[in-house]
Design a binder for this molecule. Structure first.
Ligand code: NAD
Ligand code: LMR
Length: 352
């Protein structure tokens, strides 16, 4: 359960507000699902000039919903205006990858967006600002934004891997034949990309006890077979974004919005404790302090908790035991190597 939130109005800026994720996100924020049902919100919608009119249409629909908590909605194409006094910045708008576009092209196009937005956050946002980057490549876009905000502590810049985490929870629960509240302890490591490492080393599943006894928590890798974990679970979760694009015809939007709500709610209100009083954990991409051998300064996904006071805490002692899984191993090292390569690429482009 979450602690009760402060009734002080919060200023939430959503970039790419006229896009697909924005449309699924804004109404949930306005209804109180992100910051609590007693916290008024002021929404700021940032768009590029050609999409401002569409964002104004979304603002009209927000008005038409008569949300009791919605104090105001402003639409702008000016980052300085959009981030004035912002407490929660949701950086969704990005240059999508189009056919034939290489990752380097994408990094370059997005550097032109996240550098200026980071600078505007630095100069205009509330000093307690929390930033989550959703637009891809999310980890490296967050790194670029943070690098342009020298006055904002680096732990205030995060990237979304909660969608990957939620996907992993759902896949494990389905395989084990239990509900999603009967699995915990999953970690997504590394990059929000196909190299990510969805890790079951410390995951648990709550299964019915022997002889009809009370349900009991058991290590996930004792409940599901390890061949499945290595050969099906990991690639299924890691490539789920591409699978959604293929099946749905466009990239995940409502699930991405839902994960963004989860990320910001848990960060702002705290992850709390489970029924046994143990801290609940989730996954988020946060700046590395060198934990788990991830080079300091990279924005990488870790097992995290939040007490609601400001920064996520990287949970210690939960390193992956890759020897449990058949196959090559080195998955954590591989996804971290990709993050380093992206960092080096944007550095080479002069974006850091
Ligand atoms: P979309 O194309 O529907 O919407 C993006 C919006 O961003 C557009 O309205 C566009 O005008 C706007 N935009 C572009 N540049 C902008 C800028 N400089 N400032 C403000 N707005 C700008 O895309 P979508 O489906 O909403 O997805 C948005 C991003 O989220 C994409 O990069 C997508 O790859 C990414 N994504 C991330 C995750 C994740 O888990 N991290 C999951 C799904 C999608
Ligand atoms: C997702 O994980 O669904 C997206 O990041 C996929 C994408 O490339 O937009």
């Amino acid at each position: 359960t979450h602690t009760t939130s402060s009734p002080t109005p919060q200023t939430v800026t959503v970039t790419g507000a006229a896009g697909n994720i924005g449309y699924a996100l804004l109404f949930r924020i306005a209804s109180g699902q992100m910051l609590g049902t007693d916290t008024p919100v002021r929404l700021r919608l940032l768009e590029i000039p050609s999409a401002v009119r569409a964002a104004e249409g979304v603002a009209m629909e927000l008005a038409d919903s008569a949300f009791p908590l919605l104090a105001s909605v402003d639409v702008t194409d000016d980052p300085a205006t959009a981030f004035e006094g912002t407490t929660h910045a949701l950086l969704v708008g990005a240059r999508p990858r189009t056919a034939g576009m290489e990752r380097a092209d994408l990094l370059h196009a997005n550097g032109g967006i996240f550098g200026p937005q980071g600078r505007a956050i630095n100069d205009h946002a509330d000093e307690a600002v929390r930033v989550v980057v959703v637009g891809n490549p999310a980890n490296t876009n967050a790194l670029i934004a943070s690098a342009h905000a020298p006055d904002v502590p680096a732990e205030r810049f995060t990237a979304l891997t909660r969608l990957d985490h939620n996907r992993a929870v759902s896949q494990l629960a389905a395989r084990a034949g239990v509900g999603v509240t009967d699995v915990d302890g999953i970690t997504i490591w590394g990059n929000h990309s196909a190299t990510q490492f969805p890790d079951l080393t410390h995951a648990r599943v709550r299964v019915a006890g022997d002889d009809g006894g009370a349900p009991a928590w058991r290590p996930a890798l004792d409940v599901v077979d390890r061949g499945w974990a290595a050969d099906e679970f990991i690639p299924r979760v890691a490539k789920r974004g591409a699978e959604i694009i293929e099946v749905r015809g466009s990239s995940s939007a409502a699930s991405a919005a839902s994960a963004t709500i989860d990320h910001m709610r848990d960060w702002s209100l705290g992850t709390g404790v489970d029924a046994e009083g143990a801290p609940r954990r989730t996954s988020a991409a946060v700046v590395s302090d060198g934990s788990y051998g991830v080079p300091e300064g990279l924005i990488s996904s870790f097992p995290v908790t939040s007490d609601g006071s400001g920064a996520w805490t990287i949970a210690p002692g939960l390193g992956p035991d890759e020897s449990l899984l058949p196959g090559e191993g080195g998955r954590l090292a591989a996804t971290v190597a990709e993050l380093e390569a992206e960092r080096d690429a944007v550095r080479g482009l002069g974006l850091l």
